[in-house]
Structures are given as structure tokens and as C-alpha cells.
Design a protein around this ligand. Structure first.
Ligand code: NAI
Ligand code: MG
Length: 335
């Protein structure tokens, strides 16, 4: 992520999508409008409703909007999520999936002092479309690890640590069993580490890491890992800090970046103004840091913290009764 303001005005692709995606996006944009930053929002359609209307849940125009913008905010899609969000990540070659695991007060967090980042490789590993095949006896899935892609994600993790004042990067793998593929991952990790002598390193097996995340989550700062392990550990991380309503994510590529809450379109509460907008807002804060607007990101984050600490304006998922827009108003009052 960049460290300093890069432009006077930013073009942001905004894709609200379906269900509560629209509600949390509206609330988030209303706060972004109060910041001291110039934005041009370019709205794009995607998701179930878009598919019903246009016959395609992810029209080419939407991809073009994302491609041209400085960054993209994405709400949520419904049943078409795989055809929308997974496809955008592939089309835009978004190789890094960032999932912060950070405790916020008055949420359902299991620990009150956790703060680390999971950096997950998003283009290879066990999840490449088409790399599964049926055989006579069953099926085979290939797990692909290339030096190039792993070096890129590991370097991203170290650079992230450096720019965000983190002192340690932890590599997670299973090199004792997957000797060749994860053996390579581990080798590349220590090669890249030499470029960052100021940053501490350690490496753990994935199974042990799953336990350490429960027994000593405070010991982690930045975790870097391959696709499948990152997918699983990031949901474990979400469980640690509790509640889909407060968990953001980022997808970073060479030609674009997309920021989205981890939750979906929540049809059970959609249209009722009950959705918690904080996951979307924290995703927008990750975007602000990505474009180099660190001060405004801090200000937005501090306002969210105040509202959570105060505990008076919380949505239902956090035990309150405030509406989506009431939370946005409370946050704006603290800016
Ligand atoms: P979901 O995340 O939409 O909802 C799970 C549960 O958490 C629901 O009870 C919901 O009310 C609650 N919830 C989620 N976000 C919340 C928020 N911001 N505030 C308050 N409560 C919240 O996941 P689910 O139910 O598995 O999927 C619903 C739809 O969303 C499906 O069509 C699925 O395909 C899609 N989906 C899309 C994703 C995406 O666009 N990235 C990710 C996950 C699911
Ligand atoms: Mg997952």
C-alpha cells in the first residue's frame, strides 16, 4: 500500500450490488462525503438484480469502470456472488487478499487485544479453476505453487509490515508433508526476508497456527500464506474478532484494488435498515490507506471507535437497535 497522498481527486468505482450491499454502501458513501478528500464516484451494476435486468450479473461496462478507477468499493452480491466477485478478482488479477483481524470494542470479539493482518495468495494454490479432474476412482485436484506468485505475495506482506510499523511476518505452510510445493514457499519466504532485515520472521505449520490463533492470537502481526490455508485461517480470524457486521477485506492487484465487507447480501434483513455498515466502512478505510489518504483513514477509524466505545448507537447484530443510517450519522458527528 502506498504511504502518501497520491492525487487531489480520486475516481472510485462503486458497486453496491444486492440486498444490504446497497444499504451499507449508501451509509459508507455518506461518511466518505464528509472527509477532506475529493472523490468522483462511478456507479456500476453487478449481482442478482443486475443479472435479472441485463441478462448478465457482471456486465462488461462494470468491469471497465473498475479497470479505469483508482480503486473499487464493492457491497455484496447474492446468489450470483461466485460469478461476480470471484470473476472480478480473476479478471483484474487481484493476487493479494487482505483480511485484517482486529478487535473493536462492543463487538462479539473473543479477545479484546487482537490486531494482525492475514495476507493470502489469491491466484494459485489449490483453487485454480479447471485444475480439478475426474479419474476412474474419483477426482484429483492440483495444488500449484510458483516461485513468481509466491514471491510476489511474500514481498507484499513484508512491504505491508514495513509500511505499517509491524515488526514481524509469520509464514504459514505445511512443508513437512508438502515438501516440494510448501518447501518452495518456505524457501522463497526466507529469500525475500533478506530484503527486509529490520523485520523479524518466523514460520509455522498451518495446523499449529490454527491452534495458536486461539491460544495466543496477540503474538501475530502479519501472516502470509497460500490460497487455501489463507481462506481457512481468515475465517478463523473472523471468528476471533466476532461478527460479520464488522469484518472488512481488500483484494489488491497490479492494475486495481477492490475493497469489500466479508459478509454477503443478507436477504434475511435486507431492505429493513438493520444492516451494520461498519464492515463496509472499515473496507473503505482500507481503501483510503491504499490510495495514500492515511490521515483521513485514521480520522474515520477513530470516529468508528468512538461510536463503538460509546455503545449507544449499535445495530442489532451488536445488541443495539440503531438503523444503518443512524450509525452513519453517529460516526459523522465524531469526525
Ligand atoms: P450473509 O453474510 O449475507 O449473512 C449471514 C448472516 O449474517 C445473516 O443472518 C445476516 O443477516 C447476518 N449479517 C451479514 N452481514 C450483516 C451486517 N452487515 N449486519 C448485520 N447482520 C449481518 O451470508 P449468507 O446468508 O450465507 O448469504 C446470503 C447471500 O449472500 C447469498 O446469496 C450468498 O451467495 C451471498 N454472499 C455474497 C458474498 C459476496 O458478495 N462477497 C459473500 C457471502 C455471501
Ligand atoms: Mg472463505
Amino acid at each position: 500500500m502506498s504511504t502518501s497522498k497520491t492525487k487531489d481527486k480520486y475516481q472510485i468505482a462503486v458497486i453496491p450490488g444486492d440486498g444490504i450491499g446497497k444499504e451499507v454502501m449508501e451509509a459508507t458513501i455518506s461518511v466518505l462525503d464528509e472527509l477532506d478528500i475529493g472523490f468522483d464516484y462511478i456507479y456500476g451494476e453487478a449481482g442478482d438484480e443486475c443479472g435479472e435486468k441485463n441478462g448478465n450479473p457482471l456486465p462488461k461496462e462494470t468491469l471497465d469502470i473498475i479497470r479505469k478507477a483508482d480503486a473499487c468499493l464493492f457491497g455484496a452480491a447474492g446468489e450470483t456472488a461466485a460469478d461476480v466477485i470471484v470473476k472480478i478478482r480473476q479478471e483484474m488479477k487481484m493476487y493479494a487478499n487482505l483480511r485484517p483481524v482486529k478487535t473493536y470494542p462492543n463487538t462479539n470479539a473473543l479477545f479484546d487485544d487482537v490486531d494482525f493482518m492475514i495476507v493470502r495468495e489469491n491466484t494459485e494454490g489449490l483453487y485454480i479453476a479447471g485444475e480439478e479432474e475426474l479419474t476412474e476412482d474419483g477426482a484429483i485436484a492440483k495444488r500449484i505453487i510458483t516461485r513468481k506468485a509466491e514471491e510476489r505475495i511474500i514481498d507484499y506482506a513484508f512491504n505491508y509490515a514495513k509500511e505499517n510499523n509491524k515488526s514481524k511476518v509469520t509464514a504459514v505452510h505445511k512443508a513437512n508433508v508438502l515438501k516440494k510445493s510448501d518447501g518452495l514457499f518456505k524457501e522463497v519466504f526466507y529469500e525475500v526476508a533478506e530484503r527486509y532485515p529490520e523485520i523479524e520472521t518466523e514460520d509455522f505449520y498451518v495446523d499449529a497456527t490454527a491452534m495458536y490463533l486461539i491460544t495466543q492470537p496477540q503474538s501475530f502481526e502479519v501472516i502470509v500464506t497460500t490460497n487455501l490455508f489463507g481462506d481457512i485461517l481468515s475465517d478463523e480470524g473472523a471468528g476471533l474478532v466476532g461478527g460479520l457486521g464488522v469484518i472488512p477485506s481488500a483484494n489488491i492487484g497490479e492494475n486495481g484494488a477492490l475493497f469489500e465487507p466479508v459478509h454477503g447480501s443478507a436477504p434475511d434483513i435486507a431492505g429493513e435498515g438493520k444492516a451494520n455498515p461498519i464492515a463496509m466502512m472499515l473496507s473503505a478505510i482500507m481503501m483510503l490507506r491504499y490510495i495514500g489518504e492515511n490521515e483521513e483513514a485514521e480520522r474515520f477509524d477513530a470516529a468508528i471507535l468512538k461510536v463503538l466505545n460509546e455503545g449507544k448507537t449499535l445495530t442489532r447484530d451488536l445488541g443495539g437497535s440503531a438503523s444503518t443510517m443512524e450509525v452513519a450519522e453517529a460516526i459523522k458527528n465524531y469526525l
